[in-house]
Design a protein around this ligand. Structure first.
Ligand SMILES: Cc1cc2nc3c(=O)[nH]c(=O)nc-3n(C[C@H](O)[C@H](O)[C@H](O)COP(=O)(O)O)c2cc1C
Length: 217
């Protein structure tokens, strides 16, 4: 596929065919994804390839608590899991809210689940002393995670990045014996993409400045 076609058609696939994703294709995908950038080129990512059905079932169960909160906050008109505005939803309501199947079932139905981890000992988290949630550390692993989906798309596969199980990180660590966790589920492509246009996320010179408009040339 042409680069633009890959960029334009890689989306969050949550419905899968029964097509297998063989190890040699997976190797090719990861072999291309590994050219992602990372702070200081430390390449702290590690990938656990999970095919075992029981393990994927447990990962789906570990996805549920965060998915319940996500759905409950969404129903209350909130931006789920945002670290700025505390939620108005009480714990009982969250507990009673069903975990949406679309957020948990892909973990079980996908051909393979890739648990993408990052070694925090090699991550340059330059925002770690600020009084806000850290985001810079993620920049040393998510380009790689996204590259996996781009490379998979090139091979005719699709999947979704999911971070919901990270909320239960100690249990995921115990399940797989790992230090840190970010999950990705893979396989096959489906529908068209909804994306903001460039003027919707650009500002000239300072926050609130005029957007970068398309050139008339
Ligand atoms: C950091 C991150 C976390 C995400 N977490 C989830 C998730 O937990 N579950 C899920 O179904 N999709 C998850 N997604 C996928 C997004 O919902 C998806 O990329 C977005 O809605 C755009 O979808 P589209 O490409 O199909 O238009 C995540 C994406 C990113 C980048």
């Amino acid at each position: 596929m042409e680069l633009f076609d890959v960029l334009r058609t890689t989306f969050a696939a949550r419905e899968f065919t029964d097509d297998p994703l063989p190890d040699d294709v997976l190797f090719t995908i990861l072999d291309r994804a590994r050219f992602a950038p990372s702070g200081g080129n430390r390449q702290g990512w590690r990938v656990i390839v999970v095919r075992d059905a029981k393990t994927r079932q447990v990962l789906a169960e570990l996805t549920a608590p965060a998915a319940k909160r996500y759905a409950a906050q969404l129903s209350a008109g909130e931006n789920p899991w945002n670290p700025i505005d505390s939620t108005s939803v009480d714990p009982g309501t969250i507990e009673r809210t069903p975990a949406p199947a679309r957020l948990t079932e892909p973990m079980v139905r996908a051909a393979v689940v890739l648990v993408v981890c990052v070694d925090l000992k090699v991550v340059a988290a330059t925002d770690q002393f600020l009084e806000r949630v850290g985001v810079v550390g993620g920049a040393s692993v998510y380009p790689f995670a996204w590259n996996i989906l781009l490379a998979a798309r090139h091979e005719g596969f699709g999947g979704t990045i999911t971070t919901l199980a990270v909320a239960e990180e100690p249990k995921v660590q115990a399940l797989l014996g790992i230090p840190r966790h970010v999950a990705v589920c893979a396989v096959r492509q489906l529908t068209s993409l909804r994306r903001k246009k460039v003027p919707e996320f650009t500002m000239r010179e300072r926050w609130g400045g005029p957007p970068l408009a398309a050139s008339r040339r």
